[in-house]
Design a protein around this ligand. Structure first.
Ligand SMILES: [Zn+2]
Length: 426
Protein backbone atom coordinates (compact mmCIF):
# COMPACT_ATOMS: atom_id res chain seq x y z
CA UNK A 1 0.00 0.00 0.00
CA UNK A 2 1.16 3.49 -0.70
CA UNK A 3 0.29 6.35 1.54
CA UNK A 4 -0.86 9.67 0.18
CA UNK A 5 2.09 11.94 -0.57
CA UNK A 6 2.65 14.72 1.96
CA UNK A 7 1.75 18.29 0.93
CA UNK A 8 5.45 19.07 1.06
CA UNK A 9 6.27 16.28 -1.40
CA UNK A 10 3.42 17.33 -3.68
CA UNK A 11 4.71 20.90 -3.63
CA UNK A 12 8.19 19.73 -4.55
CA UNK A 13 6.76 17.58 -7.35
CA UNK A 14 4.92 20.63 -8.68
CA UNK A 15 8.13 22.65 -8.53
CA UNK A 16 10.00 19.94 -10.45
CA UNK A 17 7.29 19.94 -13.12
CA UNK A 18 7.49 23.71 -13.42
CA UNK A 19 11.29 23.61 -13.52
CA UNK A 20 11.25 21.67 -16.79
CA UNK A 21 12.75 23.97 -19.39
CA UNK A 22 10.39 23.79 -22.37
CA UNK A 23 12.94 25.31 -24.75
CA UNK A 24 15.44 22.69 -23.69
CA UNK A 25 12.91 19.94 -24.44
CA UNK A 26 12.39 21.37 -27.93
CA UNK A 27 16.12 21.79 -28.55
CA UNK A 28 16.85 18.18 -27.58
CA UNK A 29 13.98 16.69 -29.57
CA UNK A 30 14.83 18.70 -32.68
CA UNK A 31 18.55 18.01 -32.36
CA UNK A 32 17.87 14.28 -32.12
CA UNK A 33 15.52 14.18 -35.11
CA UNK A 34 18.25 15.84 -37.19
CA UNK A 35 20.58 12.92 -36.53
CA UNK A 36 19.57 10.12 -38.87
CA UNK A 37 19.78 6.97 -36.75
CA UNK A 38 18.37 4.25 -38.95
CA UNK A 39 20.11 0.93 -38.51
CA UNK A 40 20.87 -0.27 -42.01
CA UNK A 41 23.40 -3.01 -42.41
CA UNK A 42 23.67 -2.49 -46.17
CA UNK A 43 24.33 1.25 -45.88
CA UNK A 44 26.43 0.80 -42.76
CA UNK A 45 24.37 3.30 -40.75
CA UNK A 46 23.58 2.86 -37.06
CA UNK A 47 22.26 4.85 -34.11
CA UNK A 48 25.83 5.71 -33.00
CA UNK A 49 25.58 9.39 -33.95
CA UNK A 50 22.32 9.81 -32.02
CA UNK A 51 23.88 8.10 -29.00
CA UNK A 52 26.84 10.45 -29.27
CA UNK A 53 24.45 13.40 -29.38
CA UNK A 54 22.73 12.18 -26.20
CA UNK A 55 26.05 11.57 -24.43
CA UNK A 56 27.40 15.01 -25.46
CA UNK A 57 24.25 16.75 -24.26
CA UNK A 58 24.40 14.92 -20.94
CA UNK A 59 28.08 15.69 -20.47
CA UNK A 60 27.54 19.37 -21.23
CA UNK A 61 24.77 19.34 -18.66
CA UNK A 62 27.05 17.93 -15.95
CA UNK A 63 26.27 14.22 -16.08
CA UNK A 64 28.87 11.51 -16.50
CA UNK A 65 27.29 9.16 -18.99
CA UNK A 66 28.57 5.65 -19.60
CA UNK A 67 28.68 4.68 -23.26
CA UNK A 68 28.70 0.94 -23.92
CA UNK A 69 28.37 -0.93 -27.15
CA UNK A 70 25.44 -3.34 -27.21
CA UNK A 71 26.76 -4.55 -30.57
CA UNK A 72 29.58 -3.20 -32.76
CA UNK A 73 28.86 0.45 -33.55
CA UNK A 74 25.59 0.38 -31.59
CA UNK A 75 26.08 2.13 -28.25
CA UNK A 76 23.85 2.43 -25.21
CA UNK A 77 24.07 5.62 -23.16
CA UNK A 78 23.48 5.38 -19.42
CA UNK A 79 23.53 8.27 -16.96
CA UNK A 80 22.61 8.51 -13.30
CA UNK A 81 21.44 11.30 -11.10
CA UNK A 82 21.80 10.49 -7.41
CA UNK A 83 20.42 12.84 -4.80
CA UNK A 84 22.87 13.75 -2.04
CA UNK A 85 20.82 11.73 0.46
CA UNK A 86 20.73 8.66 -1.78
CA UNK A 87 21.64 5.38 -0.10
CA UNK A 88 21.59 2.40 -2.42
CA UNK A 89 20.59 0.01 0.37
CA UNK A 90 17.55 2.09 1.36
CA UNK A 91 16.31 4.01 -1.61
CA UNK A 92 14.69 3.42 -4.95
CA UNK A 93 16.11 3.75 -8.44
CA UNK A 94 13.73 5.01 -11.12
CA UNK A 95 14.71 4.34 -14.69
CA UNK A 96 13.66 6.39 -17.69
CA UNK A 97 13.96 4.22 -20.76
CA UNK A 98 14.29 5.27 -24.38
CA UNK A 99 15.86 4.25 -27.64
CA UNK A 100 17.96 6.14 -30.17
CA UNK A 101 17.28 4.03 -33.25
CA UNK A 102 14.48 4.84 -35.65
CA UNK A 103 12.92 2.82 -38.43
CA UNK A 104 13.70 3.65 -42.03
CA UNK A 105 12.13 6.73 -43.59
CA UNK A 106 11.39 4.72 -46.74
CA UNK A 107 11.21 6.87 -49.87
CA UNK A 108 11.96 10.41 -48.64
CA UNK A 109 10.19 11.95 -51.64
CA UNK A 110 6.89 10.67 -50.26
CA UNK A 111 7.33 12.88 -47.18
CA UNK A 112 5.82 16.36 -47.32
CA UNK A 113 8.67 17.61 -45.11
CA UNK A 114 12.15 16.10 -45.37
CA UNK A 115 12.31 13.38 -42.68
CA UNK A 116 15.54 14.54 -41.01
CA UNK A 117 15.25 18.30 -41.37
CA UNK A 118 13.78 18.67 -37.90
CA UNK A 119 11.33 21.31 -39.08
CA UNK A 120 9.09 22.89 -36.46
CA UNK A 121 5.80 24.54 -37.38
CA UNK A 122 5.23 27.24 -34.79
CA UNK A 123 2.15 27.09 -32.59
CA UNK A 124 -0.77 29.53 -32.78
CA UNK A 125 1.03 31.75 -30.25
CA UNK A 126 4.10 31.91 -32.50
CA UNK A 127 6.18 29.74 -30.18
CA UNK A 128 8.07 26.55 -30.92
CA UNK A 129 7.01 25.02 -27.62
CA UNK A 130 3.40 24.91 -28.77
CA UNK A 131 4.30 23.88 -32.32
CA UNK A 132 4.73 20.62 -34.16
CA UNK A 133 8.04 18.85 -34.77
CA UNK A 134 8.18 16.83 -37.97
CA UNK A 135 10.41 13.95 -38.93
CA UNK A 136 11.27 10.30 -38.66
CA UNK A 137 11.67 9.44 -34.99
CA UNK A 138 10.00 12.64 -33.79
CA UNK A 139 7.36 10.61 -31.93
CA UNK A 140 9.09 7.22 -31.85
CA UNK A 141 10.86 8.19 -29.80
CA UNK A 142 13.24 11.07 -29.82
CA UNK A 143 10.62 13.23 -28.16
CA UNK A 144 10.41 10.76 -25.30
CA UNK A 145 14.19 10.74 -24.92
CA UNK A 146 14.25 14.56 -24.92
CA UNK A 147 11.49 14.66 -22.29
CA UNK A 148 13.32 12.19 -20.05
CA UNK A 149 16.59 14.12 -20.19
CA UNK A 150 14.89 17.45 -19.48
CA UNK A 151 12.96 15.86 -16.62
CA UNK A 152 16.11 14.60 -14.91
CA UNK A 153 17.70 18.03 -15.30
CA UNK A 154 14.67 19.63 -13.65
CA UNK A 155 14.69 17.16 -10.75
CA UNK A 156 18.40 17.74 -10.20
CA UNK A 157 17.80 21.49 -10.07
CA UNK A 158 14.95 21.49 -7.55
CA UNK A 159 15.78 18.42 -5.46
CA UNK A 160 19.56 17.99 -5.26
CA UNK A 161 19.16 16.15 -1.96
CA UNK A 162 16.60 13.65 -3.22
CA UNK A 163 16.73 10.28 -1.41
CA UNK A 164 16.83 8.32 -4.61
CA UNK A 165 18.44 7.76 -7.95
CA UNK A 166 17.28 8.31 -11.51
CA UNK A 167 18.88 6.22 -14.21
CA UNK A 168 18.58 7.24 -17.83
CA UNK A 169 18.91 4.24 -20.11
CA UNK A 170 18.96 5.42 -23.71
CA UNK A 171 19.63 2.29 -25.68
CA UNK A 172 20.15 0.96 -29.20
CA UNK A 173 18.18 -1.44 -31.37
CA UNK A 174 14.67 -1.25 -29.96
CA UNK A 175 13.26 -1.52 -33.47
CA UNK A 176 15.26 -4.68 -34.19
CA UNK A 177 16.13 -7.48 -31.82
CA UNK A 178 16.25 -5.22 -28.73
CA UNK A 179 19.96 -5.90 -28.30
CA UNK A 180 20.37 -2.58 -26.48
CA UNK A 181 18.11 -3.33 -23.53
CA UNK A 182 19.31 -6.94 -23.38
CA UNK A 183 22.89 -5.71 -23.09
CA UNK A 184 21.83 -3.08 -20.52
CA UNK A 185 20.34 -5.91 -18.44
CA UNK A 186 23.26 -8.31 -19.01
CA UNK A 187 25.72 -5.65 -17.84
CA UNK A 188 23.90 -5.26 -14.54
CA UNK A 189 22.38 -1.81 -15.09
CA UNK A 190 18.88 -3.06 -14.32
CA UNK A 191 19.84 -4.82 -11.07
CA UNK A 192 19.03 -1.90 -8.78
CA UNK A 193 16.20 -0.44 -10.82
CA UNK A 194 12.99 -0.63 -8.77
CA UNK A 195 10.67 0.86 -11.39
CA UNK A 196 10.88 2.03 -14.98
CA UNK A 197 9.05 4.51 -17.13
CA UNK A 198 9.20 3.57 -20.79
CA UNK A 199 8.95 6.83 -22.70
CA UNK A 200 7.30 5.49 -25.88
CA UNK A 201 4.58 7.43 -27.73
CA UNK A 202 1.36 6.50 -25.95
CA UNK A 203 -0.55 9.78 -26.15
CA UNK A 204 0.43 10.37 -22.54
CA UNK A 205 -1.84 7.55 -21.42
CA UNK A 206 -0.79 5.40 -18.49
CA UNK A 207 -0.09 1.97 -19.94
CA UNK A 208 0.27 -0.89 -17.49
CA UNK A 209 -0.20 -3.61 -20.12
CA UNK A 210 1.78 -4.44 -23.21
CA UNK A 211 0.93 -7.04 -25.76
CA UNK A 212 3.19 -10.02 -26.31
CA UNK A 213 4.46 -11.26 -29.64
CA UNK A 214 5.56 -14.57 -31.12
CA UNK A 215 7.01 -15.06 -34.56
CA UNK A 216 7.12 -18.45 -36.19
CA UNK A 217 8.35 -20.08 -39.36
CA UNK A 218 6.23 -23.03 -40.51
CA UNK A 219 7.84 -25.12 -43.24
CA UNK A 220 5.66 -27.66 -44.99
CA UNK A 221 7.16 -30.52 -46.96
CA UNK A 222 5.34 -32.71 -49.49
CA UNK A 223 6.39 -34.36 -52.73
CA UNK A 224 6.64 -32.84 -56.22
CA UNK A 225 4.27 -33.89 -58.95
CA UNK A 226 2.77 -32.85 -62.27
CA UNK A 227 -0.09 -30.41 -61.77
CA UNK A 228 -2.39 -32.69 -63.73
CA UNK A 229 -1.42 -35.72 -61.66
CA UNK A 230 -1.49 -34.45 -58.10
CA UNK A 231 -2.13 -38.00 -56.82
CA UNK A 232 1.48 -38.82 -57.71
CA UNK A 233 2.81 -36.35 -55.14
CA UNK A 234 1.81 -34.63 -51.90
CA UNK A 235 0.80 -30.98 -52.03
CA UNK A 236 2.40 -28.82 -49.32
CA UNK A 237 -0.02 -26.04 -50.39
CA UNK A 238 -2.93 -28.02 -49.04
CA UNK A 239 -0.91 -28.55 -45.87
CA UNK A 240 -0.53 -24.79 -45.53
CA UNK A 241 -4.23 -24.24 -46.25
CA UNK A 242 -5.29 -26.79 -43.64
CA UNK A 243 -2.89 -25.23 -41.14
CA UNK A 244 -4.27 -21.74 -41.78
CA UNK A 245 -7.83 -22.95 -41.26
CA UNK A 246 -6.89 -24.86 -38.09
CA UNK A 247 -5.13 -21.77 -36.75
CA UNK A 248 -8.18 -19.61 -37.46
CA UNK A 249 -10.17 -22.01 -35.28
CA UNK A 250 -7.47 -22.00 -32.61
CA UNK A 251 -7.45 -18.19 -32.64
CA UNK A 252 -11.20 -18.20 -32.11
CA UNK A 253 -10.91 -20.67 -29.22
CA UNK A 254 -8.27 -18.49 -27.56
CA UNK A 255 -10.36 -15.35 -28.10
CA UNK A 256 -13.35 -17.04 -26.50
CA UNK A 257 -11.24 -18.41 -23.67
CA UNK A 258 -9.52 -15.19 -22.55
CA UNK A 259 -11.92 -12.58 -23.94
CA UNK A 260 -11.18 -9.07 -25.14
CA UNK A 261 -8.67 -7.29 -22.92
CA UNK A 262 -9.81 -3.86 -21.79
CA UNK A 263 -6.63 -2.17 -23.07
CA UNK A 264 -5.05 -4.70 -25.40
CA UNK A 265 -8.02 -5.95 -27.35
CA UNK A 266 -8.07 -9.48 -28.78
CA UNK A 267 -5.23 -11.95 -29.14
CA UNK A 268 -4.44 -12.76 -32.78
CA UNK A 269 -2.82 -15.54 -34.78
CA UNK A 270 -2.01 -13.91 -38.09
CA UNK A 271 -0.57 -15.61 -41.17
CA UNK A 272 1.58 -12.95 -42.84
CA UNK A 273 3.47 -14.79 -45.59
CA UNK A 274 2.49 -17.81 -47.64
CA UNK A 275 5.03 -18.91 -50.18
CA UNK A 276 5.03 -21.90 -52.52
CA UNK A 277 7.38 -23.07 -53.71
CA UNK A 278 9.27 -22.02 -50.59
CA UNK A 279 12.25 -21.22 -52.84
CA UNK A 280 13.02 -21.21 -56.54
CA UNK A 281 10.86 -20.64 -59.58
CA UNK A 282 7.12 -21.34 -59.45
CA UNK A 283 5.58 -23.16 -62.38
CA UNK A 284 1.90 -23.41 -63.21
CA UNK A 285 1.91 -27.16 -63.87
CA UNK A 286 4.17 -28.21 -61.01
CA UNK A 287 3.14 -29.03 -57.44
CA UNK A 288 6.21 -27.94 -55.45
CA UNK A 289 7.70 -30.03 -52.70
CA UNK A 290 7.94 -27.28 -50.10
CA UNK A 291 5.83 -24.37 -48.88
CA UNK A 292 6.37 -21.70 -46.26
CA UNK A 293 4.01 -20.00 -43.85
CA UNK A 294 4.95 -17.11 -41.54
CA UNK A 295 2.95 -16.47 -38.38
CA UNK A 296 2.81 -13.27 -36.40
CA UNK A 297 1.08 -13.95 -33.10
CA UNK A 298 -0.09 -11.26 -30.74
CA UNK A 299 -0.72 -12.36 -27.16
CA UNK A 300 -2.44 -11.00 -24.09
CA UNK A 301 -2.54 -11.76 -20.36
CA UNK A 302 -3.92 -15.24 -19.77
CA UNK A 303 -1.96 -16.81 -22.62
CA UNK A 304 1.22 -18.82 -22.35
CA UNK A 305 3.73 -18.81 -25.20
CA UNK A 306 4.94 -22.38 -24.60
CA UNK A 307 1.37 -23.65 -24.64
CA UNK A 308 0.68 -21.83 -27.91
CA UNK A 309 3.78 -23.31 -29.53
CA UNK A 310 2.82 -26.77 -28.27
CA UNK A 311 -0.70 -26.40 -29.68
CA UNK A 312 0.62 -25.38 -33.12
CA UNK A 313 2.88 -28.42 -33.05
CA UNK A 314 -0.07 -30.60 -32.05
CA UNK A 315 -2.05 -29.28 -35.02
CA UNK A 316 0.93 -30.03 -37.29
CA UNK A 317 1.15 -33.61 -35.99
CA UNK A 318 -2.56 -34.21 -36.51
CA UNK A 319 -2.36 -32.88 -40.10
CA UNK A 320 0.64 -35.12 -40.72
CA UNK A 321 -1.32 -38.10 -39.40
CA UNK A 322 -4.13 -37.33 -41.85
CA UNK A 323 -1.88 -37.14 -44.95
CA UNK A 324 0.90 -39.66 -45.55
CA UNK A 325 4.26 -38.11 -46.51
CA UNK A 326 3.20 -34.58 -45.46
CA UNK A 327 5.56 -33.07 -42.92
CA UNK A 328 5.55 -29.82 -40.89
CA UNK A 329 8.42 -28.05 -39.20
CA UNK A 330 7.45 -25.36 -36.70
CA UNK A 331 10.09 -22.92 -35.47
CA UNK A 332 9.39 -20.13 -33.03
CA UNK A 333 12.28 -17.71 -33.58
CA UNK A 334 11.05 -14.87 -31.43
CA UNK A 335 9.04 -14.72 -28.23
CA UNK A 336 8.31 -11.49 -26.38
CA UNK A 337 5.93 -12.01 -23.49
CA UNK A 338 3.00 -9.74 -22.67
CA UNK A 339 3.44 -7.60 -19.60
CA UNK A 340 1.05 -6.57 -16.85
CA UNK A 341 2.26 -4.20 -14.16
CA UNK A 342 0.57 -4.42 -10.77
CA UNK A 343 -1.80 -1.43 -10.58
CA UNK A 344 -0.93 -1.12 -6.87
CA UNK A 345 2.75 -0.63 -7.50
CA UNK A 346 4.12 2.60 -5.95
CA UNK A 347 5.33 3.76 -9.38
CA UNK A 348 1.80 3.57 -10.73
CA UNK A 349 0.52 5.43 -7.68
CA UNK A 350 3.11 8.17 -8.23
CA UNK A 351 2.17 8.65 -11.90
CA UNK A 352 -1.53 8.69 -11.02
CA UNK A 353 -1.03 11.21 -8.22
CA UNK A 354 0.79 13.76 -10.38
CA UNK A 355 -1.26 13.20 -13.52
CA UNK A 356 -4.13 15.63 -12.79
CA UNK A 357 -1.65 18.25 -11.56
CA UNK A 358 0.42 18.17 -14.73
CA UNK A 359 -2.06 17.20 -17.43
CA UNK A 360 -5.12 18.84 -15.95
CA UNK A 361 -7.32 15.77 -16.37
CA UNK A 362 -8.05 12.61 -14.47
CA UNK A 363 -5.58 9.83 -15.39
CA UNK A 364 -6.21 8.30 -18.80
CA UNK A 365 -5.23 4.69 -19.40
CA UNK A 366 -4.20 2.73 -22.45
CA UNK A 367 -2.42 -0.38 -23.59
CA UNK A 368 0.67 -0.90 -25.70
CA UNK A 369 -0.15 -2.81 -28.88
CA UNK A 370 3.30 -4.40 -29.13
CA UNK A 371 6.46 -5.21 -27.23
CA UNK A 372 8.90 -2.50 -26.12
CA UNK A 373 12.24 -2.56 -24.35
CA UNK A 374 10.12 -2.55 -21.19
CA UNK A 375 9.02 -6.07 -22.05
CA UNK A 376 12.48 -7.35 -21.15
CA UNK A 377 12.84 -5.22 -18.01
CA UNK A 378 9.57 -6.75 -16.85
CA UNK A 379 10.11 -10.31 -18.05
CA UNK A 380 13.80 -10.76 -17.18
CA UNK A 381 14.14 -8.52 -14.13
CA UNK A 382 10.62 -8.30 -12.68
CA UNK A 383 10.76 -4.52 -12.87
CA UNK A 384 7.37 -2.80 -12.76
CA UNK A 385 7.06 -0.70 -15.90
CA UNK A 386 4.76 2.12 -16.86
CA UNK A 387 4.78 2.99 -20.54
CA UNK A 388 3.80 6.61 -21.08
CA UNK A 389 5.05 9.25 -23.46
CA UNK A 390 4.23 11.90 -26.05
CA UNK A 391 3.00 11.26 -29.57
CA UNK A 392 0.07 9.55 -31.24
CA UNK A 393 0.05 5.80 -30.76
CA UNK A 394 -0.44 4.99 -34.44
CA UNK A 395 2.04 7.50 -35.89
CA UNK A 396 5.25 5.46 -35.39
CA UNK A 397 6.73 4.03 -38.59
CA UNK A 398 4.36 6.07 -40.82
CA UNK A 399 5.48 8.70 -43.32
CA UNK A 400 5.04 12.31 -42.17
CA UNK A 401 5.67 11.33 -38.55
CA UNK A 402 5.26 14.26 -36.18
CA UNK A 403 4.86 15.13 -32.53
CA UNK A 404 3.12 18.03 -30.80
CA UNK A 405 5.75 19.77 -28.72
CA UNK A 406 3.22 20.73 -26.05
CA UNK A 407 2.69 17.02 -25.43
CA UNK A 408 6.44 16.46 -25.18
CA UNK A 409 6.82 19.23 -22.60
CA UNK A 410 3.86 17.80 -20.67
CA UNK A 411 5.52 14.37 -20.62
CA UNK A 412 8.72 15.91 -19.31
CA UNK A 413 6.79 17.66 -16.52
CA UNK A 414 4.98 14.44 -15.70
CA UNK A 415 8.26 12.50 -15.56
CA UNK A 416 9.89 15.07 -13.28
CA UNK A 417 6.97 15.19 -10.85
CA UNK A 418 6.65 11.40 -10.84
CA UNK A 419 10.32 11.01 -9.97
CA UNK A 420 9.92 13.26 -6.93
CA UNK A 421 6.90 11.40 -5.62
CA UNK A 422 8.25 7.93 -6.30
CA UNK A 423 11.71 8.55 -4.88
CA UNK A 424 10.65 10.59 -1.84
CA UNK A 425 8.25 7.83 -0.83
CA UNK A 426 10.97 5.19 -0.40
ZN1 LIG B 1 9.80 3.14 -30.04
Amino acid sequence: MTTKPSPETMALARRAAEAVDADRVVQLAQGLVRVRSVYDRALGTTEAAAARYVADQLRASGFEPAVEEAAPGRPNVIADFEGSRFDASLHRTLMFEGHTDVVTEGDPSVWSIPPFEGRIDLGPDGLETSGVLHGRGSADMKAGVAAAIAAVEAVRDVAPDLPGRIRLGIVADEEGMMLGIKSFIANGWADEVTGAIVCEPEENEICLFQKGAMRLHVRVYGAMSHGAMPYAGVSPLRGVADMVVALRDYEKREQERIGEHQYLGWPWITPTIIQAPAKGEAQHNVVPDEAYLALDISTAPGQDHDTIEAEINRIARSLEAATPRLRFEVECFESRPWTATNPNDPLVAAVEAVYPEVLGTEPRYGGVPGATDGTFLWALKDIPIVTIGPGDRTIPHQVNEFVRLEDVVRSARLYAATAILYLRAS
